[in-house]
Every structure is written in C-alpha cells, then in structure tokens.
Design a protein around this ligand. Structure first.
Ligand SMILES: [Zn+2]
Length: 266
C-alpha cells in the first residue's frame, strides 16, 4: 500500500488531480481527509447528499490520524490511497506511520492562483503563494521524501502524458478512462467544481442538467483575460518567485508555468 499526498496552495487543481488518480482501478480517492479530523469534523460529501452513513468513513472518529490510512487500505483493498488534504500539518502529523508514502507537489501558475483568490474575494497575493510553496518544497527536501513536482499547466495541457508518468511512478497501470473521474463513485470530505461533476450525478437531483455540463475536463486559463497588467508584471518580475521557480525547475512563460527544458538547464 502506498499513500499519495497531494501538497499545493489552494485553487491549484489538487482535487481534480486527486480524482483522476483515484479513478484508477487500483487506487482510491480519499478527499481532504484532514477535514475529518478538525475540531468540527466534516463528513463525506457524497453520503451527506444521499443522507446515508458513509461505508468508508462512518467510524473515522475512532481512529488516530497516524492509523487512518492503514484502516482505509484494509477497508478498500486498494494499492494506492490518494490523500488530497493538501495541508503540511496533516502531512507532518501522519509522517510517523510506517506505510510507504509518495508526495506530489502540485504547482499552479501564481498568476492564475492570485487571480482565482481575488475572484473569490480572498486577500492573499504572490507572497503567500511563494511562502506556501517554499514550505512544501522545504518539507519534502528536509524529510527526504519520495516526491514529484508537477504543474497544473502540464496536467491540463498534456493530461495523458502527465498522468501516465505519475501512474508509472506510483506503480499503477495508467488507463485513459480515469480522466472521466465522474464515472466512478468517490467518497470524501471537501467539495468544489470538480466534485460537483459526480456529486450531482450520484444523487438524484434537479441539478443533473447542470452537472452534465461539468462532466468534462477543461483547461482553466481565465487569468490571461482577467488579471490586470500591473499585477501580472509584478508577479513576472518578482525576485523571490524567480529564485523559487529556478530551484524547482520551472519557469513562467506565456503558456503558463512550464518545466525548464532539460537542454536549457544549467
Ligand atoms: Zn461516503
């Protein structure tokens, strides 16, 4: 059994990635597991909609964070568990357990993330993006963890190639059908545009018509039209960001956040 953690800033596409990985026949999506261990715990979104006890998470309160993945592995009989908690404190809290772990650091173009935060009225900017992603990179390197860094633009622009690479690394046989994640039943806490594609599908609802429109993978590049020129320029010229991206092996281009080509690396 391997637990795959996805670590990222918010608004980076982590739920989407987790759902596609968790749709592999030998893997299972766990959602934002950390939300089930908060002071006010959240339950499974799907089972809450249905008004039933969750077959996977109903008794989760009886488990400690460090024991929960082993229990879920036994219960699901899957080889790979995809934990989309995103939070570093959760990753630290569950580091003590003895199972195999792999970490995906998902980077989304800070121009897109800052634009998305603003659209939602969140008072956060580039500095926060750099802080969060530097902390993730430092955690992975300090702990010498098995990890891959992937950008949203790679995932959305070359979905098959990028997912196939991640699956191979995780010991999974990639199946293109796993992109149609809404065809698989997923349990877990947390909801957003990506989970809406299956939540409405598995619950009889008037919203099925609208859910139909969400059953597609789309490449969100709205920042290109929405972000003002001054903010865009300030991000592109930021020294701290440049230094971080250089260490991570990525660069900002007109196409988004892309890996520096091997030939161009120093
Ligand atoms: Zn459930």
């Amino acid at each position: 059994m391997t637990v795959v953690y996805i670590l990222s800033s918010t608004r980076s596409g982590s739920t989407w990635l987790a759902l596609m990985l968790g749709s592999n026949p030998d893997a299972v999506y766990l959602g934002e597991l950390a939300r089930m261990f908060r002071a006010e715990p959240e339950g499974c979104s799907l089972c809450a909609e249905r008004g039933v006890a969750c077959p996977l998470f109903h008794d989760i309160a009886a488990y400690k964070p460090r024991d929960v993945h082993a229990m879920l592995s036994e219960r699901t009989a899957k080889d790979v568990l995809v934990d989309n908690s995103k939070s570093l404190s959760w990753a630290r809290k569950t580091l003590v357990s003895s199972e195999a772990r792999s970490y995906i650091h998902l980077l989304r173009d800070p121009r897109a993330v800052v634009n998305s935060w603003r659209r939602r009225g969140q008072n956060k900017g580039l500095e926060q993006w750099v802080d969060e992603n530097e902390q993730i990179a430092k955690f992975l390197s300090d702990q010498q963890l098995d990890s891959r860094t992937v950008s949203y633009d790679e995932l959305a622009g070359r979905t098959d190639e990028t997912l196939a690479g991640l699956c191979e690394w995780l010991g999974l046989v990639y199946e293109p059908a796993q992109k149609s994640y809404w065809g698989v039943e997923h349990h877990g806490a947390g909801r957003n545009g990506a989970t809406a594609a299956f939540l409405n599908d598995f619950v009889a609802s008037d919203e099925a018509f609208y859910a139909e429109r969400r059953r597609t993978n789309f490449y969100d590049t709205r920042w290109r039209d929405e972000l003002d020129a001054a903010t865009r320029r300030a991000i592109e010229r930021d020294i701290r960001l440049k230094a971080f991206l250089q260490r991570a092996g990525f660069e900002l281009t007109d196409d988004g956040l892309t890996p520096v080509r091997a030939s161009a690396r120093p």
